[in-house]
Design a protein around this ligand. Structure first.
Ligand code: GSH
Length: 216
């Protein structure tokens, strides 16, 4: 059984819950009182992750931190379709790694803006919002070209990968941080497509899929 050290409002924890839901994996959640308790900074939690952040998983004694590393592990170990982390396709795998790194950027900008607004984190809000818009612009243009090729996702695979999944929460929650998606139509279409994936699950601020066709 997989144990997830979790906080409901964390976008990084949600990434892990989302993949487990899509893959149909059971898990046991250990809630971490992130706010206002700052339990992730306690001496007790430092034994689990000395870096003091969540998510962390414990899969029958195999302990792993960092959401993207956890996505790689879970997909490589448990995705029978082999599509979410396609180890047999070097090109898609390379693109997946590249977009996972890009997703670190959206976390440091779009997600940081959300932490500033919701939890009062001390960030240069203008700088993080500007950074989010720069990355959203790049992603929107990339997805627009993918659509022209008849492809729906960030890599050249016809299927979504963990790169799409890693990017989705920061994009979908961006309005909470005051980062509008109004100027990014391809990005909005991609989030609508992502919500339609079997096994999709929600978190506060991210809503259930509309079964209507995505806007054109
Ligand atoms: N690179 C890590 C970052 C995780 C992260 O920053 N998590 C937040 C919660 S969403 C956290 O624990 N922040 C506390 C801190 O880093 O001090 C990941 O992707 O899991």
């Amino acid at each position: 059984m997989i144990t997830l050290y979790d906080w409901e409002l964390s976008a990084n924890c949600y990434k892990v819950r989302l993949l487990m839901s899509i893959l149909g994996l059971d898990h046991h959640a250990v809630p971490v009182d992130f706010y206002p308790g700052w339990e992730h900074k306690s001496a007790e939690f430092a034994k689990i992750n000395p870096l003091g952040h969540i998510p962390v998983i414990d899969d029958d004694g195999y302990v792993l931190r960092d959401s993207h590393a956890i996505l790689v592990y879970l997909a490589a170990r448990y995705d029978k379709s082999g599509r979410w982390y396609p180890v047999d396709d070097p090109e898609v795998l390379g693109e997946t790694a590249s977009w996972l790194l890009f997703a670190e950027g959206t976390t440091n900008t779009a997600s940081a803006a959300r932490l500033y607004v919701n939890l009062g984190y001390d960030f240069d809000i203008d700088a993080v919002r500007a950074g989010a818009h720069r990355l959203f612009g790049v992603l929107d243009e990339h997805l627009w070209f993918r659509e022209r090729e008849g492809l729906d996702w960030v890599t050249s695979s016809p299927h979504p990968t963990i790169a799409d999944l890693a990017l989705f929460p920061d994009v979908a929650l961006s309005e909470e941080g005051g980062v509008s998606r109004e100027d990014y139509p391809a990005l909005r279409r991609w989030t609508d497509r992502f919500r339609q994936i079997d096994g999709f699950t929600v978190m506060p601020g991210i809503f259930a899929p509309s079964r209507a066709a995505p806007p054109g």
